[in-house]
Design a protein around this ligand. Structure first.
Ligand SMILES: [Zn+2]
Length: 330
């Protein structure tokens, strides 16, 4: 019997500003994403788990303020916003904070993809062995980039950012197997990195609580993300645990998840909405192309078959005739 899911996604709601977000420059030139509504104003809420692969959308964000704002306006702050000095009228989060959170999730998503496709040598490129006396740890923020590096001279496995190998994303003590594999096989250390990083993020952004469920007449335990960041890492952890693959929607470009077991492994669109929009678009283009191309040429260009294209062109002609006759009546 399958255990009941510990996640009640219906119950997780996150807030979005009533008036949207703007990029503002704070004293000392710090760029911050700022809620335009004052503290305490009621905005709308949404359920992050209604958005499959939200973590992948975040991981794929551009780091320019316009992309960050577009995402913020749809999904709100990463961590409920901060009230600076306790007196500010508006909540805000530093743009730098957003950019670091994106690079962490982006690296994790990429490493998961490389693990899924078993790219042993590629993975090894991002694992480096160091035996140095590391500098005094600096805690940049609540992430773990610079905080967990030991002070003593010890061998350390360093995991590099797959998108920026100059940047180190994680350090850990190597096991015997790790040491044997360095330089040729990155699977073990990268797997250890992925669980370590995900667990840290889950500890920071997801909480457990129990309550009495009177409809089911029993105690229940829920996993509740305390922030959007927590929700996205929880979603990512589930995707990893279920070995889901990511696809890119051929219509809107958003990432979507394909389950390994799913019969729709060759899915090309994130939703039925995008699928039908893409279909309509192909049909309209076929009708327009019919002026100077054969159905066979059109079919090849649109990745369709000639019979379907002939059908579409026929429908297009009927449609044109109808509108023409309506035009004459006027
Ligand atoms: Zn789409």
């Amino acid at each position: 019997m399958a255990p009941s899911s510990p996640i009640n996604s219906d119950s997780v709601c996150l807030p979005v500003s009533a008036r949207g977000y703007e990029c503002t420059v704070h004293p000392r030139g710090e760029l911050r994403i700022t809620d335009l509504a004052e503290v305490g104003a009621v905005g709308r809420t949404y359920r992050p788990f209604d958005h499959p692969a939200l973590y992948a959308r975040f991981a794929g964000l551009g780091t320019e303020p316009s992309s960050l704002l577009k995402f913020a306006n749809e999904f709100g702050f990463l961590e409920q916003g901060q009230r600076r000095n306790g007196i500010a009228q508006h909540l805000s989060e530093p743009v730098d904070f957003w950019i670091r959170r994106i690079s962490e999730l982006r690296a994790a998503v990429e490493f998961h993809k490389l693990l899924q496709t078993n790219q042993i040598k590629k993975l090894a490129e991002f694992v480096k062995l160091e035996a140095i006396h590391p500098p005094v740890p600096i805690t940049l923020d609540r992430t773990f980039r610079h905080s967990s590096r030991p002070r003593n001279k010890v061998p350390l496995l360093v995991i590099l950012d797959p998108f920026d190998p100059q940047q180190e994303v994680y350090w850990m003590s190597p096991s015997k197997d790790d040491l044997a594999a360095v330089g040729s096989d990155g699977i073990l250390p990268v797997r250890a990195y992925l669980t370590g990083m995900t667990n840290r993020q889950l500890r920071a952004g997801v909480t457990l609580y129990t309550f009495w469920d009177s409809t089911e007449n029993r105690f229940r335990i829920l996993q509740i993300p305390t922030s959007l960041l927590g929700a996205m890492w929880l979603q990512f952890a589930q995707a990893v645990a279920e070995n889901r693959r990511l696809g890119t929607c051929r219509w809107c470009g958003n990432p979507f998840e394909v389950s390994r077991k799913s019969s729709s492994a060759d899915r090309q669109h994130c939703s039925d909405k995008c699928k039908s929009k893409a279909y309509r678009n192909r049909k309209e283009r076929a009708i327009a192309m019919a002026l100077d191309k054969t159905p066979e040429q059109i079919a090849e260009e649109l990745g369709s078959d000639p019979e379907t294209v002939k059908d579409w062109i026929g429908q297009g002609k009927t449609q044109a005739a109808i509108s023409e006759s309506r035009g004459e009546e006027k």
